[in-house]
Design a protein around this ligand. Sequence first.
Ligand SMILES: C[S@@+](CC[C@H](N)C(=O)[O-])C[C@H]1O[C@@H](n2cnc3c(N)ncnc32)[C@H](O)[C@@H]1O
Length: 227
Amino acid sequence: MNTAHELDAWERAYRDFETPAGEMRKFGRRLHALGADRLDLSSRILEICCGRGNALIAWQRLGFRRAVGLDLSYALLRLSNAGAPRIVGDVRAMPVADASQDIVAVHGGLHHLRSLEDLEATLGEMRRVIRPGGHIVIVEPWSTPFLTAVHALSRQPLIRRLWQKMDAFERMYEHEQKTYDAWLGQPDAILALVHRYLTPLVLHRRWGKLMVLARRAPERTGARRVR
Ligand SMILES: C[S@@+](CC[C@H](N)C(=O)[O-])C[C@H]1O[C@@H](n2cnc3c(N)ncnc32)[C@H](O)[C@@H]1O
């Protein structure tokens, strides 16, 4: 990922894929679908993998006043118009105090991680920084018939020429293919880890998305790592 000032090729495709306004509306709809918009508005929210910060703005528009973003990419953090504080950091070892957050959320960041070990480290960090009774929100791509159809469409050269959004979608895919395909290809292992670290209150897999609202699971001593 990019710690420089300039956007890299994936970041440019991501910028071209969706307008900030469209993305904020989409994030807002998803938070509503999970019931996260009914949580306490004074919650301390940590939005991890916040990128250019559109999910931070979606939280703010729902009335949440205490959202903070964290991302590895300084270049993307600089693009953000969210007035919220933002931290440069790695989700696998967050510079955030234990039990200091009421809500930890991620919109489309976990599938960028390189391995199940990285996912496990990140879920462990999410559990560490959330206070007992706090909530965790996860929205990530998921292999469903809808997503398969979208990918089939976005691979057609004519569609890419005529439909800029589809071209940007395919460019994003080309640059993140390794982690994205690995993520979509191991749903059972991912769900096993989610259930190890979190206790889902809501869990949907539809329209190409995994959407979870959870509490942190109790710590287990001697838990084995998933390979
Ligand atoms: C698709 S973007 C997420 C969009 C974002 N949630 C938003 O609100 O606009 C994925 C983000 O994950 C970040 N990322 C990937 N690996 C990371 C890591 N190990 N630690 C922190 N951020 C990471 C990338 O820099 C990128 O901004």
